[in-house]
Design a protein around this ligand. Sequence first.
Ligand code: TNX
Length: 546
Amino acid sequence: MSPGCRNVRRLATTGLALLLLTAAGTAVPARSAEAAPAPLDRIVPAPASVRPGGEPYEITSRTVVRVPPGNPEAARIGGYLAGLLRPSTGYRLPVLPGGTDGPGIRLVLDEDTGDTGDTGDAGKGDEGGEGYRLSVTAHAVTISAREGAGLFHGVQTLRQLLPARAERTERQPGPWTVAGGVVTDAPRYGYRGAMLDVARHFFTVDQVKRYIDQLALYKYNALHLHLSDDQGWRIAVRSWPRLAGHGGSTQVGGGAGGFYSQDDYREIVRHAASRYLTVVPEIDMPGHTNAALASYARLNCDGVARPLYTGTEVGFSSLCVAKQDTYDFVEDVIGELAALTPGPYLHIGGDEAHSTGHADYAAFMERVQPVVARHGKTVIGWHQLAGARPAPGALLQYWGYGRTGAAERDQVVSAARAGAGLILSPADRAYLDMKYTKDTPLGLQWAGLVEVRQSYDWDPGGYLEGAPAEAVAGVEAPLWTETITTSAQLEYMAFPRLAGIAELGWSPRATHDWASYRVRLAAQGPRWDALGIAHYRSPQVAWPAP
Ligand code: TNX
């Protein structure tokens, strides 16, 4: 063998083969450019701990997925993984129960996994069973977890360790190599949400499912659906049929709008559950209610139905706090929604109630919060709920930012000190509808311009000065849709910022580092391309050439 030839051999194993071979004009390799596996820590959100080393594992035509026998949930997760990889690899990847000592990709349920011990501020002891351990040797990839949620998150990690082309739906060249070593991982926070405003513009069940699949890739575990607002009512309520039938018949700009039947909603809940996300439904009250006030005259203090509204002003509508009809409505709507929703939370809005006097607002919330509790759910409200008396156990979703007044902030801090939980969605960081730069064609900018670094570089644990760190339940990235009408548009606003908020919710504080994040984030670009996810190619990130 000539020295030159040996040289090519050696380089082939380091992943430069394609480049050199084609530059030399000698051959077109059957294997792709990225022969070297991605480093074990090149994932988003950053894992709690990584110990690289040992031989890599290669997925081949003989690879099988092994799952614990007699466990339909693990079998389903195995099937999900195989289903992701079959189209691009072209391999059969059968899912086999048992034989978890054998070679292959192995899913293992194990009581002792999940407590990473070294995540420092994880603090919550992985109550949700979301932790996992991923171990890679030449023999096998083993994902172990205490519960299905952990296995599922481990599968997302494995996905990101494979080349981006693994996400494509047409057959791609190999190799499919995963770096050797061990990842031990568990979330910092138990609540990691994304909100979709389906009220300002309606999004179909399929569009919502697509977003759920995208959230799963970054280990989100909650989908908050903003189901009602001035411009539209999006969920069928049997006892008040005009809410959806009339209130759902338009949207911002005057389009046809739409609503989810109860079966549609169940399907969203089911799909979310299959991706280990819980659905948090929101009915915004007492403001943001024009669609309801247009549907039923008796909800108005003057007994006159309001016209439907298709503009983008806020703060002009209010339920009639003095009327019993209002509480009949609340009882029925919350009752039906609670019955449809397996998750623990029900969001009652409470923001921007500028047309409801303070005393009325407080009185309204005094009556409504117990209804939620009676139907077995925990209240979430926008942080203005701190201006009333948050029910025991309630979570306040903080959407303030630099310009939020001290009095308003102090009220939230006091409520947190008194036991309310916090979900952090600071508008100048976590709002996915804010423009990235002044040239962003979509979105708003009332909270400022939110570039990728601005969105990532803050700490949920210390954001609200004076609030106890234990009060922080997690983070949420809201996407309001006044300016957004298509999936491509919502993806463009969400990506890349969605990935950064996911990391703030999942990764230990000690891993927080813009320099490392931007490298890991850059590696997501080709993955989004492969998945057909529109995104903003921020100049703050050194994306690989398309
Ligand atoms: C404020 S944030 C709102 C929404 C708007 C959003 C636009 C919050 C609780 N209320 O009604 O859609 O700003 O960014």
